[in-house]
Design a protein around this ligand. Structure first.
Ligand code: SF4
Length: 345
């Protein structure tokens, strides 16, 4: 591959980007810290959430878990609770496991080497490169969907972003543009340009600092990039739950580590024949996961006898809770929505 020295034109684009970033970069709270722990947490949170929505969650999480040790000492229930509203709960569990790794393998100090950061649970190449470049000066592009989109447009590059080779292809392109010693700023500048200017739909090309260098813009073909040829068809999945209620109370249990929604709480999935006479109604909730379309059917049973209700809880190993108590636990989104509908009418 060519080095930066051999590509002054590409480097020039990177320099323009940094100049724009120095004036227009977003004033975000986590940009005022050089603590790798906080930057790691925010990288994970903002991978899945818009900045405005995620800020409150970020502050709430960091206020409760200000450092790796505090996080490692917390229960997974509490970590999940402070992740509530962000979805993708497996990421919270991975962060928690990674905090244990940092305590056990790195003496409680956030690792500085790229490979060590990458060895943490739930940390992929993007996050490792972002943390390494921003906190430790590593010369690596943090390639994500923003990079794919911006670079494919600038170079009118038709490399299929749905293929496994896309990461290394766009990493090589980004390296050609990245000024030495500026990787952290460059990565953040690409994130800001991708989310504020070079948006997936209706990019603001007229005010883009790179429009003179952008081939797709010059050719009036912006809408043709990035190229994504392979569409993953989501699978359809139906789940059945029983909302078993007695007075203000209902039954829940904690999911195990297997399958989706690890360690979150759920309602019973088995419906005992003898309780069918107590059925009141059923609710259907549609929910989309990354590659799955879920239909969640929740049947509502009212058990009149307290003794029967308690027996049912004991036989099935369920907890009995009321709505207030359930608010201290984390449920999959469709079940959380169901509880809101039922109790906040
Ligand atoms: S000119 Fe338009 S398409 Fe090109 S990088 Fe800028 S915003 Fe993106």
């Amino acid at each position: 591959m060519k080095t930066n020295k051999q590509n002054p034109d590409f480097l020039c684009i990177g320099v323009k980007l940094l100049k724009w970033f120095s004036v227009h970069g977003r004033d975000l709270p986590f940009r005022k810290t050089d603590d790798p722990y906080k930057i790691w947490i925010c990288e994970i949170i903002f991978q899945q959430t818009r900045i405005q929505q995620g800020l409150n969650h970020y502050h709430r999480f960091i206020n409760r878990f200000p450092d790796v040790q505090t996080l490692a000492e917390a229960s997974s229930d509490e970590v999940l609770l402070h992740w509530k509203g962000l979805g993708y709960y497996s990421r919270a569990l991975n962060i928690h496991k990674a905090s244990h790794q940092i305590m056990e393998n790195f003496g409680g100090v956030f690792p500085q080497e790229y490979d060590d950061i990458l060895s943490l649970k739930g940390v992929g190449k993007y996050t490792a490169a972002a943390v390494h470049s921003i906190c430790f000066g590593g010369h690596l592009p943090a390639v994500d969907g923003n990079f794919y989109r911006v670079l494919s447009r600038i170079f009118a590059d038709d490399y299929d972003i749905s293929t496994t080779g896309a990461f290394s292809h766009f990493s090589s392109l980004a390296l050609l543009m990245m000024p030495l010693g500026k990787a952290g700023e460059f990565n953040q500048a690409m994130m800001d340009l991708g989310s504020e200017i070079c948006r997936p739909r209706n990019p603001y090309c007229e005010i883009c600092p790179l429009n003179a260098d952008c081939t797709a813009f010059q050719l009036k073909k912006v809408h043709e990039f990035p190229k994504k040829l392979k569409k993953i068809k989501p699978t359809e999945l139906q789940l059945q739950y029983a909302f078993v209620q007695h007075g203000d109370h209902f039954l829940i249990r904690r999911r195990n580590e297997s399958s989706i929604w690890k360690k979150l709480y759920e309602f019973p999935t088995e419906i005992d024949e003898k309780y069918k006479t107590y059925e009141l109604d059923s609710t259907e909730i549609k929910h989309k996961l990354t590659h799955r379309n879920l239909t969640v059917i929740i049947r509502h049973f009212i058990i009149k006898s307290q003794e029967e209700f308690e027996n049912l809880a004991e036989e099935g190993g369920f907890h009995i809770v009321d709505y207030e108590q359930s608010a201290a636990k984390s449920f999959p989104k469709p079940l959380e929505n169901y509880l809101k509908i039922r109790f906040e009418k």
